[in-house]
Write a protein of this length. Structure first.
Length: 468
């Protein structure tokens, strides 16, 4: 194995997700000698595209959607020739409340006008509060202390009157964070909202974060970057220790050790915290990695010969206050065949169902789909379940989030370099934090920090072409 053993580079990157690969790509554009160490046998991290049993239909087990303001991702996809198509967003959506099925069109259910009014008003209020949160330093917001001392749940309890609006907001929050409103600092929810633009950007399909998908699957973007980097990406190399001194860094993975001038750790904080650092990290940074849990979600695909719900005038989109299948989308390929329903089981539901058998979960999910779309929906030809919380090299998703108090006490440690170590990963992004676009921003920013350490700055990239 030629690339095992002792290696050296100018910069070593840990993690070949979008952040790590983008960092390496950016460094290569300046001619920097770089190596990327990836724990898994594949690149892409929280994006992973497989083929369904028909050998043709692309199934995104992880991240998949791109929204209109996610410009970095769009630019990179275009460079790599990874094309997009619109998410199916035609027809009536379903809201399922306490055993009753309601249909509506538009982003917000219009079942009870009082509830709708309050949801719209609350979203406006939260959007306005969000814009008071500085993206690079949320803890400096004028009301940061007050907002970081409470959860979104306590804020909703104090500020939202109708039960329906409370439930709808909770559904949206679970869908965005894969966590419960009680888990999240209000300040974090506001930061995240601002980082995406607004709550409308976060929850929207057309004109929102769920607007388009990639024909080849989202992992194609990481695969494209990895192909350009060639043998500079070393797979099956879980990093377990990082040492640094005045002369450089040594990054130790199973069967390979890399010496370099700088390291970019492109992992979510909970995974970065599993590495042994020598000397030990500053306490604030180490304790930050103890305080940014990952969300909990099952991503489930149900495949049918056709998207039969479309003929019934349904979009395939569902929200359910209390069901297992809390959120559903039409995830059929661009051609429309086969029909694919995408189910998310989120937050507490995912936690509770993780202790049950796969068969029990499947029965519960299909039972819900039967209620939403009729008996046909309970009989898919294929059923594919992915649980990211059980993945050793992800530990949950979509992203790490901040419980109360963390931004205030530990926020400054999120991106602050530690000697020769620089931190990337979507959790460190200021725009589209938690998303693929944010991962790319973070990779580029960390690469620029490493360039500065190498004494390369100011001058633009040596070439727009990425050198292999
Ligand atoms: C189910 C799901 C749905 C999502 N939906 C969307 C969506 O629709 N749109 C969107 O924009 N985003 C979505 N996301 C989020 C998006 O996928 C992530 O924000 C993004 O992929 C994160 O990239 P990253 O490079 O920061 O981290 P990661 O992708 O987590 O990359 C970290 C890499 O480091 C590797 N690694 C871990 N530990 C080690 C170690 N010790 N040594 C070496 N390597 C290590 C991992 O294997 C991984 O490859 C979703 C995520 C999931 C899981």
């Amino acid at each position: 194995m030629m690339h095992r053993g002792e290696r050296s580079a100018e910069v070593v990157v840990v993690g070949a997700g979008l952040a790590g690969l983008m960092a390496a790509r950016h460094l290569r554009s300046f001619g920097v000698d770089v190596l990327v160490l990836e724990a898994r046998s594949r690149v892409g991290g929280r994006t992973w595209s497989i083929l369904a049993g028909d050998g043709q239909t692309v199934i995104d087990m992880g991240g998949q959607w791109i929204g209109p303001t996610q410009k970095r991702l769009a630019k990179l996809a275009a460079e790599l020739g990874v094309t997009t198509f619109p998410t199916y967003d035609v027809g009536q959506n379903i809201q399922y409340i306490d055993g009753e099925r309601h249909t509506y069109s538009g982003a917000i259910p219009l079942i009870d006008p009082k509830v709708t009014m309050e949801v719209v008003q609350t979203m406006l209020t939260l959007n306005m509060m969000a814009h008071e949160v500085p993206l690079d330093a949320p803890w400096t917001a004028p009301n940061a202390a007050e907002w970081d001392a409470q959860t979104l749940e306590t804020w909703i309890a104090a500020n939202v009157k109708t039960q329906g609006a409370r439930e709808l907001l909770a559904i949206a929050i679970r869908a965005i964070f894969c966590a419960e409103p009680r888990d999240l600092s209000l300040l974090h929810v506001l930061f995240y909202t601002h980082s995406a633009g607004s709550l409308n950007d976060l929850v929207g399909v057309t004109r929102g974060a769920q607007e388009q998908r990639f024909h080849a699957g989202a992992q194609a973007i990481s695969n494209g970057m990895a192909a350009a980097l060639g043998e500079r990406v070393i797979r099956n190399a879980p990093v377990y220790a990082v040492a640094q001194d005045d002369a450089g860094v040594r990054v130790m993975a199973e069967e390979v050790t890399v010496s370099a001038k700088a390291a970019i750790i492109a992992l979510p904080p909970v995974l970065a915290g599993r590495i042994r650092y020598s000397p030990a990290l500053p306490a604030l940074r180490d304790q930050l990695t103890q305080r940014m849990p990952m969300g909990t979600v099952y991503k489930i695909h149900c495949i049918y010969p056709t998207p039969f719900w479309r003929e019934a005038g349904l979009s395939g989109q569902v929200t359910n206050y209390r069901g297992v299948a809390a959120t559903v989308f039409d995830n059929s390929p661009a051609s429309g065949t086969p029909g694919v329903l995408l189910v998310f089981v989120e937050g507490d539901e995912a936690r509770a169902w993780s202790t049950r058998s796969a068969n029990e979960r499947r029965a519960a999910v299909l039972g819900d789909l039967g209620h939403y779309f009729g008996e046909q929906a309970a009989q898919p030809t294929e059923y594919i379940e992915q649980f990211w919380a059980a993945e050793e090299y992800s530990r949950g998703c979509y992203a790490g989030y901040m419980p109360p108090g963390v931004w205030s006490a530990f926020g400054p440690a999120l991106r602050a370099p530690v000697g020769r170590l620089f931190w990337a990963g979507t959790e460190t992004a200021t725009e589209w934090n938690g998303y693929m676009d944010g991962a790319l921003q973070s990779g580029e920013r960390a690469a620029n920090e490493a360039l500065a350490l190498l004494g390369i700055r100011a001058a633009g990239p040596a070439s727009d072409q990425v050198m292999g």
